[in-house]
Design a protein around this ligand. Structure first.
Ligand code: NAG
Length: 197
């Protein structure tokens, strides 16, 4: 089953993937919230979610992301945690990154994995081949680094109006950056391509 569409897509128009903010937060009963959190943790255990997986507590259209303290929340909305900071330079636009990833949905269910597909993903930075949150998350990783990236819906794949609310889901990726390579354009006769090594 091909699930790469979740992560890889091509932006066909320049429509900004900005969504209105989540609905107004009404003050929640702390008991309800604790109950929802416990329910969430139970579902994640059933799905064999990895250790210290974030919890997503939904009430109507509002969602609260609960993570352990060692996660970093960025202004963009991206939430991440480094398990291992690699060595070397950050990938630059035009360079090719090779990485493994496991993707999870909000229930901690594994929905995609390059480890299982058998080969890592390769993509050139700055070519809009990745969902914006994933590209942001990988942009300041160093080769050898391992990071968990929590992508909010507004930094995820664009969604159509008909599924506007129901598909506003967070996605979680455990990423291992294997390699960063320089690329250059090669022209042979009428044929031209990009080689990275
Ligand atoms: C996660 O994926 C599982 C299996 O496809 C599905 O049953 C579950 O509803 C999904 N959870 C969310 C929050 O989408």
């Amino acid at each position: 089953m091909k699930r790469r569409s979740l992560l890889f897509f091509l932006i066909t128009s320049d429509i900004s993937p900005a969504f209105p903010a989540f609905g107004k937060t009404k003050s929640k009963n702390p008991y309800d919230e604790r109950r929802l959190l416990e329910q969430n943790k139970r579902i994640q255990r059933e799905n064999n979610a990895p250790e210290e997986f974030p919890s997503f507590i939904r009430e109507g259209f509002t969602v609260k992301v609960v993570t352990p303290d060692n996660y970093e929340k960025r202004d963009s909305g991206l939430i991440l945690r480094d398990f291992y900071v690699g060595e070397g330079d950050f990938p630059k636009d035009g360079q090719q990154v090779t990485f493994h990833y496991i993707g999870y949905n909000e229930s901690g269910r594994r929905i995609d994995s390059t480890y299982i597909q058998g080969s890592p993903a390769k993509i050139r930075m700055g070519t809009k081949a990745l969902v914006p949150g994933f590209e942001e998350g990988i942009r300041d990783m160093r080769p050898g680094g391992k990071r968990r990236i929590i992508i909010p819906p507004e930094l995820g794949p664009p969604v159509g109006p008909s599924t506007f609310f129901s598909s506003k889901q967070f996605e979680v990726f455990d990423v291992e950056l294997l390699d960063v390579q320089d690329c250059k354009r090669r022209t042979i006769g009428f044929y031209s391509d990009v080689v990275c090594n």
